[in-house]
Write a protein that binds this ligand. Structure first.
Ligand code: SF4
Ligand code: SF4
Length: 433
């Protein structure tokens, strides 16, 4: 066992935040599936010839620096990919040992992992249960929807393998958060998708993630193809540029409709039972508190991504050369998090809003959405409006009356779930839409 602690000791980190969120990618972008909309897969081009496995000394540097950088009791240790389970269970057992070695007595680690689920078996499930992992499982809906884009290298759907993995998690009573991407193949099937998660899978935590794949006009034919179907010399690094979108991307209006349909079902029977992250965050905005989604925060910059070799990037969606902050083996993580480059990145979210957003009634809840999706023009021709704006406007306007009621209930120390007994919030009455 290598017990060397590589990398600099953490400095004070002038102006550093007390806590932040970091997604670590121990296999870089390497995955055992070939999902058609996955922009991560192209990131292998950042590290040509690399084995894409986080080494033990870097793992220790990462864990130690992450714990040292936090001044809050809760420290989230979050794994993502590519497919992190390809590292094998020993890697994660070792990560727990290192957390126990380096955490201060008052620090409470909270483990999360995002996985496609295909490698999960009983051993993995028991490991997750033992260490109380929250497992983010990528599922796009019932089989015919899921298998549209979530395919393996041979183009075969992954649904049966994902559900087999899920059954192991369920049997071991692991907390599962379904991560469902919303795209051209499920944007018009909101209720089928939601009921599948709630009734067939029986999950209580659901996250919807809109697929918006940008491209330049020139690159669009390649962007529309599945990565393994493109010849090696035609492959390129996916970066956030261009004002065209792939055929798989979600339509803005359809995304708004999708969220509204799910909301209308949820607000009638599932409040307090099923947690849909988008609805929780929206309620927090109506209540006047920060929500859990960076895309709707006024500024960002506290959700970073760590590559397998220690390179730290501003955000998981900006793992590209212009947004590399440095390597944690050379510069302490906390100094990179507090760096001018990262602070500027986070503030740009607020400082680059077009006037159309500044004048918008729902800016307090939307804040212009994620900068990666801001590539269309406002009606008066200004650059920098979010591709999803029409959907967001529609959704926030529709849920406003119910959100007002639920936030009033919270202020009276009552449960938001009481809304379900109120006739004015039955489906079709949560106007305007
Ligand atoms: S760029 Fe987008 S995804 Fe990244 S931290 Fe900012 S809002 Fe969040
Ligand atoms: S709804 Fe549209 S105009 Fe309003 S803040 Fe969001 S992106 Fe901007």
């Amino acid at each position: 066992m290598n017990t060397a602690v590589a990398g600099p000791l953490t400095s004070v980190g002038q102006g550093a935040p007390p806590a932040f969120h970091l997604l670590a990618k121990p296999t870089g972008p390497i995955c055992n599936l070939d999902c058609e909309y996955c922009f991560f897969l192209s990131k292998e081009m950042l590290y040509p010839g690399d084995r894409f496995r986080m080494a033990d000394d870097l793992l220790e540097t990462y864990i130690r620096q992450l714990l040292e950088a936090h001044r809050t009791p809760e420290v989230t240790i979050a794994w993502q990919g590519g497919e992190p389970t390809m590292m094998g269970l020993d890697f994660f057992e070792r990560s727990i040992e290192l957390v126990e070695k380096h955490r201060k007595p008052w620090q409470r680690p909270e483990y999360t992992i995002q996985t496609n689920g295909v490698l999960l078996d009983e051993r993995w499930a028991h490991f997750f249960a033992r260490h109380r992992f929250l497992v983010g499982l990528s599922v796009d809906g019932p089989q015919e929807i899921h298998d549209t884009y979530r395919v393996d290298k041979r183009g075969l759907g992954s649904f049966d393998r994902v559900m087999a993995g899920f059954e192991h998690l369920r049997a071991a009573d692991v907390d599962v958060n379904v991560l469902c991407t919303v795209h051209a193949a499920n944007q018009d099937r909101a209720i089928d998708v939601y009921r599948f998660f709630r009734d067939d899978m029986g999950v209580r935590f659901i996250q919807f993630i809109p697929i918006v794949e940008r491209s330049t006009e020139e690159m669009l034919p390649i962007a529309n193809s599945r990565r393994s179907a493109i010849s090696t010399h035609e492959r390129s690094l996916y970066v956030q540029q261009g004002d065209r979108i792939t055929d798989r991307s979600v339509d803005a209006d359809a995304y708004g409709r999708f969220l509204i349909e799910v909301f209308d079902e949820w607000v009638q029977r599932d409040v307090g039972e099923v947690y849909v992250q988008m609805f929780d965050t929206t309620l927090a905005s109506w209540y006047g508190e920060p929500g859990g989604l960076c895309i709707f925060a006024e500024t960002c910059g506290l959700a970073l991504a760590l590559e397998h070799n220690g390179d730290l990037y501003s955000c998981d969606h900006f793992v590209e050369p212009d947004h590399l902050l440095g390597n944690i083996a050379d510069t302490a993580m906390i100094d990179l998090v507090a760096s001018e480059q990262q602070v500027t990145f986070g503030r740009a979210k607020r400082d680059t809003l077009p006037q159309y957003c500044l004048d918008c009634d729902v800016r307090f809840a939307c804040n212009g959405g994620c900068p990666k999706d801001r590539f269309i023009r406002t009606p008066d021709g200004e650059d920098g409006l979010n591709h999803l704006c029409a959907g967001y406007k529609r959704f926030f306007a529709h849920v406003g009356p119910a959100m007002t009621t639920m936030s009033q209930l919270l202020r009276q120390d009552r449960a938001p779930a009481e809304i379900m007994g109120m006739p004015q919030h039955r489906a079709g009455r949560t106007r305007p839409s």
